[in-house]
Design a protein around this ligand. Sequence first.
Ligand code: 5GP
Ligand code: ZN
Length: 114
Amino acid sequence: MSECIFCKIINREIPSEIVYENNEVLAFKDINPVSPVHVIVIPKKHICCANMIENEDVELIGKIFIAIKEVANKLGIAEDGYRIINNCGENAGQTVKHIHFHLIGGTNLGEKLI
Ligand code: 5GP
Ligand code: ZN
């Protein structure tokens, strides 16, 4: 059994509010949202972080972005816009070591970091 929180969410060992799922990708509401819409989008394959993406994962990573687009449409934020964030490693403050993309929106997101 996995010790990874997000693998546990995939396996339904931890409950979450799932908003999208297919064979390879899962999206669920962040437990501590920073905006009206805050969804975590993950591959079902356990990849620790962006550093660990391999050539064999290229298609999978593309599918995550297709899922993000579909979630944005489904939750009604596609037209107004949204932000996609990935934190990789210590300096970026990554807390869950299963690669994930934050999809945030539903309001003006204010000042940009970049
Ligand atoms: P990171 O800081 O690693 O980029 O983001 C991890 C995110 O996962 C945080 O925004 C945090 O609120 C969210 N998170 C952590 N544990 C859980 C959980 O058990 N359920 C859900 N839905 N989100 C979680
Ligand atoms: Zn995992």
